[in-house]
Ligand binder design. Structure first.
Ligand SMILES: Cc1cc2nc3c(=O)[nH]c(=O)nc-3n(C[C@H](O)[C@H](O)[C@H](O)COP(=O)(O)OP(=O)(O)OC[C@H]3O[C@@H](n4cnc5c(N)ncnc54)[C@H](O)[C@@H]3O)c2cc1C
Length: 506
């Protein structure tokens, strides 16, 4: 065994299996597994106790896994470069190992600082790919192939044993879930984290829950059972995307062998699930290539469009679930209670904030990041920009909250669960209670008229499309960040179906 000291810096990869940095470090000498709790990160507007609660569970499992392998998890609290400097003073030179992280602007800058600290102190830092995201990618052409090749590589087993560092090295205890460092906002119930729970969740999805994934994916209530619910596990790395992808493909192979209609149905659902796993990497790749999409509209024509018109009262109504649109309010309140909602409802909430309330996405995005247990910056900011119509390269979709309500919650079960003011409202009025002779006095009237707001949004967005140079910038953004999957042919103009899903295609 070599005599080197290796620090494995765990970030959003809280597992020991399929963990290349740990596996490589273990071959290179003694290992100090390290998790750094960075107080400044926890003060950011997109951080919340909800994330910490999940991470706390993950760290407990990781501690057990690592101690079985022979090395304790060292917890340090402080800024990353300070912690590394402290360790350097305590143990002398070491090699640093971690996964590549595609995080928010703050972690991006922190990693630049860590790289500089390493260079200054002659420390080698090995960063290994985390998922299908390719660092320093020259062109999006061919990215999907590279990603799929990565996903097909063998799963890396956890090291059989780790040679622990034998010197004296101190560790903090894992801070309590309710430690004030992580803020004090009310967070309702939080999905359980940790590797054991991740495996259980994946198993139950592949065994049964995923069978009718597509049928239920958009329904705000039962989607919580039929969607995989793996997002937070993937975001904090209790499972790698590769592990999920390979387990899914193995299940699909066994379904193929069964060769009956039920199995074929399940197979199709899993195939749709696999494409979402690819989207995961596709969206994070955008942030990897253009880190400023957290702060700037992908298409510059949309800068300044909403900012001067920001209405704090609208923002408060949206945040608290008091807009007067029952499904919008139920979704927002359910997020406060549980920290998860399905894709379509996320898109609808953002569409309502961005088009109906004309709120700038840079104000609304950190707020939902705090509510989502699965907050993943690359997906989050890319999706926010898409659902706010500021990319200049995606179809513009304006969701009609009444149509969504009728389609996805026809009897208003979900609405009544989260908006108790409407509990006694009849089915015929549950989607539009303002039409009643006497609407419930404790529930607000709609704060805007959807049709009027959407007309305004269409006109403002169309105006920008028509600006000189718009298409050229769209084309170059698409070249840099766009998917290379062939899209079905798109209509060139605004859809007239104002009352359904407005679609404004480039
Ligand atoms: C405005 C907005 C913000 C979002 N923010 C996040 C976020 O911070 N973190 C996050 O993980 N997802 C985000 N999503 C994407 C999506 O809504 C969630 O991934 C999904 O609802 C998570 O539930 P699940 O794990 O049961 O998903 P499943 O439907 O079971 O999908 C499996 C996995 O595929 C990936 N995935 C699914 N849908 C998408 C998608 N549309 N884009 C990219 N990857 C996808 C996720 O990793 C997910 O865990 C956002 C969507 C919108 C519209």
């Amino acid at each position: 065994m070599k005599n080197n000291i290796n620090i494995v810096w765990f970030k959003r990869d809280l597992r020991t299996k399929d963990h290349a940095p740990l596996s490589e470090a273990a071959k290179n000498g003694s290992v100090i597994p390290l998790y750094i709790i960075e107080p400044k990160l926890w003060k950011l507007p997109d951080s919340s106790r909800r994330h910490w609660h999940f991470i706390h569970d993950c760290l407990l499992d990781l501690q057990i896994e690592l101690s079985k392998l022979g090395a304790p998890l060292i917890i340090r609290i402080g800024e990353a470069t300070e912690v590394l400097q402290q360790l350097y003073r305590e143990i002398g030179s070491f090699t640093l190992w971690s996964h590549e992280e595609t995080g928010n602007g703050w972690t991006y800058k922190r990693d630049i600082d860590v790289a500089l600290w390493c260079r200054t102190n002659n420390i080698t830092w090995h960063e290994k790919p985390s998922n299908g995201v390719v660092r320093r990618l020259k062109s999006r052409d061919g990215w999907a192939k590279l990603r799929n090749e990565r996903m097909a590589q063998p799963i890396i087993e956890a090291p059989a044993a780790i040679n622990p560092f034998t010197g004296l090295i101190s560790s903090h205890n894992i801070p309590q879930k309710n430690h004030p460092m992580f803020g004090s906002i009310d967070i309702g119930s939080v999905q359980v984290g940790g590797r054991k729970e991740a495996i259980k969740t994946l198993d139950s999805f592949l065994k049964d829950r995923g069978r009718s994934y597509m049928k239920n994916i958009s329904k705000p209530g039962i989607s919580a059972r039929h969607c995989s619910r793996l997002s937070a596990h993937i975001s904090f790395g209790t499972l790698s995307v590769k592990e999920v992808e390979q387990a899914t493909k193995a299940k699909m192979t066994s379904l193929e062998i069964e060769n009956d209609s039920d199995a074929a149905f399940f197979y199709r659902n899993l195939s749709a699930f696999l494409s979402r796993l690819a989207w995961h990497c596709h969206f994070i790749q955008k942030l990897e290539q253009q880190p400023d999409i957290e702060f700037k509209c992908i298409h510059s024509a949309f800068e300044g469009m909403r900012e001067p018109h920001f209405r704090q009262d609208f923002f408060e109504a949206w945040k608290t679930g008091n807009t007067g649109y029952p499904l919008i309010d139920a979704c927002m309140r359910s997020l406060h209670a549980n920290g998860w909602i399905t894709f379509r409802m996320r898109a609808m909430l953002v569409s309502f904030a961005s088009y109906d309330l004309w709120l700038d996405w840079r104000e609304t995005a950190p707020f939902l990041a705090q509510l989502f247990t699965d907050y993943e910056p690359g997906i989050h900011y890319s999706q926010f920009q898409m659902q706010s119509g500021v990319t200049g390269m995606n179809a513009v979709r304006m969701y009609n909250p009444i149509k969504q309500s009728l389609d996805q919650d026809p009897q208003g079960k979900f609405i009544r669960r989260y908006v108790p003011e409407l509990i006694d409202v009849k089915d015929s009025f549950i989607h539009e209670p303002w039409l009643m002779d006497k609407p419930p006095s404790n529930y607000p009237a709609p704060i805007i008229d959807h049709k009027v707001s959407i007309k305004h949004a269409r006109s403002e967005i169309s105006k920008r499309w028509k600006q000189e140079g718009f298409k050229a910038e769209s084309k170059s953004a698409n070249q840099k960040l766009g998917s290379r999957n062939k899209q079905p042919s798109r209509r060139k103009s605004l859809s007239k179906k104002e009352d359904s899903q407005l679609s404004l295609n480039l």
